[in-house]
Design a protein around this ligand. Structure first.
Ligand code: URA
Length: 427
């Protein structure tokens, strides 16, 4: 087989065979196909797409490129959740202990930040001594004993995705539905949960810009899941402004603790409760409303918060020691009016400039820095009021760049929702 012929075939919008796709992935992970050849193929896929069978073959080849976790030592149904990536997305930090507090087993491998979106592992590492590297045995024991473990996957999991994602990030080939679907599903299948919810973020601060694209992606994800007898549900959520108020690692841990104590931002808790309701209703075979009530009670009676404390202590974290910068600058509004937009993408770039996120996988990040918004879309602001606070350490940003993230108007009548819908099954 010849990579040049395969690239040319995709360039001409032909369908690739299973053998050709296996050859590409196997040769690429052995460096027999070069980065520049893979980049050309990724661009041809981004432009011409892939049909469902090609996407499935690609997922399967990627899945087989690395280890598959063996969770047979965990008793009962295991759930997992994945987000396509958003600014201020700290849902896992609240959702996972909430589910665990209701006796649902969460065995989660999470990622680090890359580009403008954060990663759960970086957030957890802003808690002093928190250990994200658990052996498979420790991981399974922990899930069996306290229903929850979150760790960083070993470097042997989904080797192809790591190599391909790094190329996609620098070749403008991230926003391709077959590439996103194969990347997510190969990782989720390798992590071997029984039931998976994927939060597809839509909007300015997300990979997916329209509901139409999100629905298309959801159908592909669910159908790949079906092929492997995995129950996949997708939830479509708004990423036109950051989720909640804090963006930055330690700051997001603090906001999650507030949320677990019943003081969560409205949009953040809507996403948490929606995903929790789907998972609880499946795991306990109850209707969505009863599932929501269980989730709500777990926050109200602090069971979820106590589970979070137990989980942090079990992974050696010192909850009293969360990295947060003490050089704080308040940014004052020059305008009076309703906020009709907060550009999540630009906020992500500013947080990256402050040092909280990484552009390259080997960049060292600063867990303590970030931004805490004081206002959200729909709030009325008077000139002189605080729009947000910048938490900085070694690097700073131009405060005008932060002000420019906000769009004002005299009125606000936007009915934009936080949750656009849920897609569970596809015929
Ligand atoms: N999340 C992933 O894991 N992969 C993608 O390609 C996009 C979002």
């Amino acid at each position: 087989m010849n990579i040049i012929e395969i690239i040319n075939k995709k360039r001409l919008n032909d369908v690739l065979s299973k053998e050709e796709i296996n050859y590409v992935i196997n040769s690429f992970i052995k460096d027999e196909i070069k980065d520049y050849q893979m980049s050309a193929l990724l661009m041809a896929i981004t432009i011409n797409g892939m049909n469902f069978d090609e996407t499935l073959f690609l997922t399967d080849a990627m899945l087989k490129s690395g280890d598959r976790l063996d969770f047979s030592g965990i008793d009962g149904l295991i759930v997992d959740k994945h987000s396509t990536g958003g600014i201020g997305d700290k849902v896992t930090l609240i959702l996972a202990p909430l589910l665990a507090s209701l006796n649902i087993k969460v065995a989660k491998m999470s990622g680090r930040s890359l580009g403008y979106t954060g990663g759960t592992i970086d957030k957890l590492e802003s808690i002093k001594n928190f250990n994200v590297n658990l052996s498979n045995t420790d991981f399974m024991n922990q899930v069996n004993e306290i229903n929850l473990a979150i760790a960083s996957p070993s470097s042997n999991l989904d080797i192809a995705d790591k190599k391909i994602y790094a190329l996609r990030d620098v070749t403008a080939t991230v926003s391709s539905i077959p590439l996103i679907a194969s990347s997510i599903m190969s990782k989720k299948l390798a992590s071997n949960a029984d039931f998976i919810v994927i939060d597809i973020k839509i909007g300015a601060g997300a990979l997916i810009k329209t509901k139409k694209e999100a629905i298309k992606l959801a159908h592909v994800l669910i159908n790949i899941g079906k092929h492997y007898q995995k129950n996949v549900s997708c939830i479509l959520t708004n990423m036109n402004q950051p989720l909640g108020y804090a963006i930055g690692n330690g700051l997001e841990i603090k906001e999650s603790i507030d949320a677990l104590n019943g003081n969560g931002a409205k949009d953040l808790m809507e996403v948490v409760y929606s995903i929790a309701s789907i998972i609880i209703s499946k795991a306990k075979n109850i209707d969505l409303k009863s599932a929501f009530n269980e989730a709500y009670q777990s926050i109200q009676n602090k069971k979820a918060y106590n589970k979070f404390l137990e989980f942090v202590a079990r992974q050696n974290g010192d909850i009293k020691n969360i990295e947060v910068a003490n050089d704080i600058e308040a940014v004052i509004s020059d305008e009076t009016g309703y906020i009709i937009g907060i550009d999540a993408d630009k906020i992500g770039k500013l947080v990256l400039e402050l040092g909280a996120l990484r552009l390259n996988s080997d960049d060292i990040i600063d867990h303590s820095v970030g931004i805490v918004l004081s206002k959200k879309v729909g709030d009325f602001v008077t000139k002189g009021e605080v729009l947000g606070r910048i938490y900085k350490n070694k690097k700073s940003i131009d405060l005008n760049d932060f002000k420019e993230c906000f769009t004002f108007d005299k009125t606000y009548n936007n009915k934009d929702k936080t949750i656009y819908g849920m897609i569970e099954d596809v015929k």
